[in-house]
Design a protein around this ligand. Structure first.
Ligand SMILES: CC/C=C\C/C=C\C/C=C\CCCCCCCC(=O)SCCNC(=O)CCNC(=O)[C@H](O)C(C)(C)COP(=O)(O)OP(=O)(O)OC[C@H]1O[C@@H](n2cnc3c(N)ncnc32)[C@H](O)[C@@H]1OP(=O)(O)O
Length: 250
């Protein structure tokens, strides 16, 4: 890995030497290289680093993939999304180019520190999450809205693997408060697809899997009826709807 990084840097150096304009872009506001926030930084606790290393090992045979994560969406993805789903009268291209991912807009260590891994065969998305001190709700614990955000992005990325989709329904059972700076694991899985509807389960647990902190659940009965939450084996789900390109969002 180190060797491939060194090679990439050498290639980059050669490119910059040939194109001086490229170097200016690299260090100006028009950045070419974007920071990947889903990598360890000094604020990560030992627990988060250990889990990260364990999942990176699982990536070696290709069954799991780490998802890189940036502050801003790639310009092309943004353009494609706007072109397909947003009314042209509402597009504010210049302002939108400054928009940032909410979860990546905090100073290092103070907000959402997380990394996601995806298993394509199992259709599972796992998010390793450490809640920073600026996510406080009840003193000492992570705010419920921040927890909902973690569930939304984890199930959301699980849905995105199937296509462009948005959250339609997200019911949350908060079972135990999550201490600030602790590391938890959000485990989500695509349960079923019905037309454009994607049902995705999600549970947040402690690293040792002994504590269940939070679950995302359906608000209405599924076709099989509402599962018994206390049975310990029911699929709790969030509902995402794949967007219809013939139906503008706005
Ligand atoms: C986006 C991609 C761009 C770039 C990607 C690049 C990088 C990504 C990097 C990071 C992303 C990290 C974030 C990840 C995830 C974040 C996800 C969100 O938070 S989305 C924000 C919150 N959600 C919304 O604002 C959605 C608002 N709602 C809507 O816009 C619409 O209601 C809808 C969800 C789009 C659905 O509208 P449609 O007109 O398309 O569908 P319908 O015909 O109404 O319904 C279809 C089907 O679904 C059933 N249904 C709809 N809503 C519900 C509901 N709340 N509960 C239960 N069932 C529902 C409806 O009954 C229909 O069923 P059918 O008749 O059986 O087909």
């Amino acid at each position: 890995m180190l060797r491939s990084c060194a090679m990439r840097l050498r290639t980059l150096g050669a490119k910059l030497a040939r194109r001086p304009g490229a170097a200016r872009r690299l260090f100006s506001s028009e950045k070419v290289i974007r920071k990947d926030y889903a990598l360890p930084n000094p604020s990560w606790t030992k627990d988060l680093r250990l889990l990260f290393d364990q999942f990176m090992k699982k990536c070696e045979d290709g069954s799991w993939k780490r998802l890189p994560s940036y502050r801003q969406n790639p310009t092309q993805a943004l353009h494609e999304f706007q072109a397909r789903f947003v009314d042209s009268k509402l597009k504010k291209e210049e302002q939108m180019s400054k928009a940032q991912q909410f979860t990546r807009s905090f100073e290092e260590g103070l907000g959402f520190e997380y990394v996601m891994f995806y298993n394509k065969v199992e259709k599972r998305m796992v998010c390793l999450f450490q809640g920073g001190l600026h996510l406080q709700g009840v003193p000492g614990f992570v705010h419920g809205g921040a927890i909902a955000t973690v569930i939304d992005i984890t199930t959301g990325m699980c849905a995105f693997a199937e296509g462009v989709a948005m959250t339609a329904n997200l019911n949350i059972d908060y079972k135990k408060p999550i201490p600030l700076l602790s590391v938890v694991v959000a485990n989500s899985q695509l349960q079923k697809i019905e037309g454009r509807k994607l049902f995705i389960s999600c549970a947040i647990q402690s690293i040792d899997e002994k504590t269940l902190y939070t679950e995302a659940s359906v608000s209405q009965p599924t076709t099989e009826g509402r599962p018994d939450k206390n049975s310990g084996q029911c699929p709790m789900e969030a509902l995402f709807i794949k967007l219809d390109p013939d139906k503008p969002l706005t």
